[in-house]
Design a protein. Structure first.
Ligand code: ATP
Ligand code: MG
Length: 156
């Protein structure tokens, strides 16, 4: 059975953090989560929740200037922000492909900027600003890894 898309609405940053924490509980080594959405959509907020959920207590900050930040919790977290990426050469310089093979959790903000370099098996998360405090968040699992993963229970 295909895992279907799931839409969750949050009404505060705290609720998006909580969603990230619950998502973290499902994560396994090698998982890739791609975050799509405009400036201020809440991508970093969700990443922070995932980091908290994984016990990477120092918490995520935006890696805009370094392109990738690393945190260590239950699993290693590799947090990319592709907003200021100049091109694929930047990805090669930071060893992007190696990160994908390192058995951590890879989180990619502005994933649309590196579309051709995203793995086929991944969780796409689309975040949309509905109003000041409301965000519509769509989870789109891609590939067999997410079937029966519990992702379908993220609604509640
Ligand atoms: N329901 C919500 N979920 C997440 N953030 C929210 C929500 N409501 C309001 N906000 C606010 O929206 C902003 C989201 O900022 P955040 O840095 O997470 O966005 P971003 O998508 O990472 O942006 P950027 O593209 O600049 O990296 C924060 O100021 C946060 O307080
Ligand atoms: Mg951000």
């Amino acid at each position: 059975m295909e895992t279907t898309h799931l839409t969750v609405t949050t009404s505060s940053p705290g609720q998006t953090l909580a969603l990230g924490r619950r998502l973290a509980a499902l994560l396994e080594p090698g998982d890739v989560i791609c975050l799509f959405g405009q400036l201020g959509a809440g991508k970093t907020c969700l990443v922070q929740g995932i980091c908290l959920g994984l016990g990477a207590e120092e918490g995520a900050v935006s890696p805009s200037f370094t392109l990738v930040n690393e945190y260590l919790g239950r699993l290693p977290v590799f947090h990319f922000d592709c907003y200021r990426l100049d091109g694929p050469r930047d990805l090669d310089q930071i060893g992007y492909d190696d990160y994908l093979g390192r058995d951590g959790v890879v989180l990619i903000e502005w994933a649309e900027r590196i579309g051709s370099r995203l793995p086929d098996e991944r969780l796409d998360v689309r975040m949309e600003r509905v109003s000041d405090d409301v965000r519509r968040i769509t989870l789109e699992p891609r590939g067999p890894r997410w079937q029966g993963s519990g992702i379908e229970k993220m609604q509640a």
